[in-house]
Design a protein around this ligand. Structure first.
Ligand SMILES: Nc1nc2c(ncn2[C@@H]2O[C@H](COP(=O)(O)OP(=O)(O)OP(=O)(O)O)[C@@H](O)[C@H]2O)c(=O)[nH]1
Ligand SMILES: [Mg+2]
Length: 117
């Protein structure tokens, strides 16, 4: 397939970020996107998540792996954030594996993971 066609079908680059809690993941994504703004987060239904709710449930809501994290100034990337594996042990690891497996079966190229960091 022509690379330009692939690029068109992907639309926005979908990146899964894996790393320890508080390791600096969000900071790296801000650098990559050349911004200092806070990410905007959408749940899997495409609804914007209220930042106040995120503050209250930092450890759960924020790290739902299905959530889509974007920076408004750089809409070319969608990030999925995984909790550090040390936090939940085996169940967290299984969640990441299941997420990767299910995304690899998505029919549309734009819904698949394009990069895992
Ligand atoms: N010294 C130092 N601090 C950093 C660096 N990168 C990030 N930080 C700080 O570390 C803290 C955590 O950074 P985040 O980017 O929020 O880390 P995170 O991995 O997204 O954290 P969670 O989403 O809570 O898991 C923040 O206070 C950052 O300012 C770095 O390279 N050096
Ligand atoms: Mg973060």
């Amino acid at each position: 397939m022509d690379p330009l066609t692939i690029r068109e079908r992907i639309g926005r680059f979908r990146i899964l970020v894996v790393g320890r809690a508080n390791a600096g993941k969000t900071t790296i994504l801000q650098r990559v996107c050349n911004t200092r703004e806070n990410p905007v987060i959408y749940n899997s239904a495409g609804e914007k998540i209220d930042p106040a709710v995120l503050e209250a449930s930092r450890d759960r809501g924020l790290h739902d792996i299905e959530n889509e994290m974007t920076f408004e100034s750089n809409p070319g990337f969608i990030f999925h954030d995984s909790r550090g594996f040390e936090a939940g042990g085996e169940s967290e690891f299984d969640k990441v594996k299941a997420f990767i497996a299910s995304r690899s079966k998505e029919a549309r190229l734009k819904d698949r993971l394009h990069v895992i960091w």
